[in-house]
Design a protein. Structure first.
Length: 256
């Protein structure tokens, strides 16, 4: 057996067992400092992103310059972001609230209210861009993300309107995109019948819907029903979209 003060060398570093034992008490403090640094950086990036892209006058996320995810529009909404990057920014605020309770609660409410301009109440869904008569450009994966993020917002804020809206979107719109026939089955990607790609049964919409249903089940909302739906979604995904190399294909196009 080696002595307690015997030296050990690795890549040129020398440490005795005694010095290692002496260092152990300071490790939790070091790890705590590292977590604090990560939290501070997360705060900085979240606040900077909000300051850079959130336009309080139009109550939406807008880019300084046009990009593939922005829309050329009237002066108030020009270079506004489409739904999915906007909902992902809301997701960042929700995660921030989970880590820093009370810090982002008001911003979550502000962004939630701003996203109303994308929503079509009759369809129980959010459009990819601002709602207007005849706009049917909406997607099941986008709306599944909305439902998931709003459930997370409910769980951290206990604001009932987030729960109610999440259920309205998931059961009122997203569920109608689920094809349980297995011919070909799966979740539709888009809603617009004029868009051929809407017929695709996509991995993104199937997985995002499963995640949203799991959020419901985790919160104790109709747990059995949502877990059964999750199992059906993932069973279809693994049977129909998993390739022989184990990777998941993007989508099926009917009649495949």
């Amino acid at each position: 057996m080696q002595r307690a003060n015997e030296q050990h060398s690795n890549n040129g570093l020398v440490m005795t067992r005694r010095s290692l034992l002496l260092a152990l008490p300071i490790l939790p403090a070091a790890l705590s400092t590292e977590r604090l640094d990560c939290a501070s950086e997360a705060d900085r990036l979240t606040d900077l992103t909000q300051k850079t892209f959130w336009d309080p006058q139009s109550a939406m996320y807008r880019a300084p310059v046009a990009s593939a995810e922005t829309v050329a529009s009237d002066p108030q909404h020009d270079r506004g972001y489409v739904l999915w990057p906007s909902i992902e920014m809301l997701h960042a605020l929700v995660e921030g609230e989970m880590a820093r309770h009370g810090r982002y609660r008001a911003r979550i409410a502000e962004v939630y209210d701003g996203l109303e301009k994308y929503r079509n109440a009759e369809a129980h869904a959010y459009n990819a861009w601002l709602d207007f008569p005849g706009n049917v450009d909406r997607y099941y994966d986008d709306n599944a993300i909305v439902a998931r993020v709003l459930m997370k917002a409910y769980r951290v804020t206990h604001d009932r309107r987030y729960l109610d809206r999440a259920r309205d979107v998931l059961d009122g719109f997203v569920r109608q995109g689920w094809d349980a026939s297995d011919s070909p089955g799966g979740m539709h990607w888009g809603f617009d019948p004029a868009n051929r790609a809407s017929r695709e049964r996509a991995a993104c919409s199937t997985c995002m819907t499963a995640l949203a249903a799991l959020e419901m089940a985790s919160a104790g909302i109709e747990r059995k029903r949502y877990l059964e739906w999750t199992e059906a979604l993932m069973d279809w995904l693994m049977r129909r979209l998993q390739d022989s190399d184990g990777l998941i294909c993007d989508a099926l196009e009917p009649p495949n």
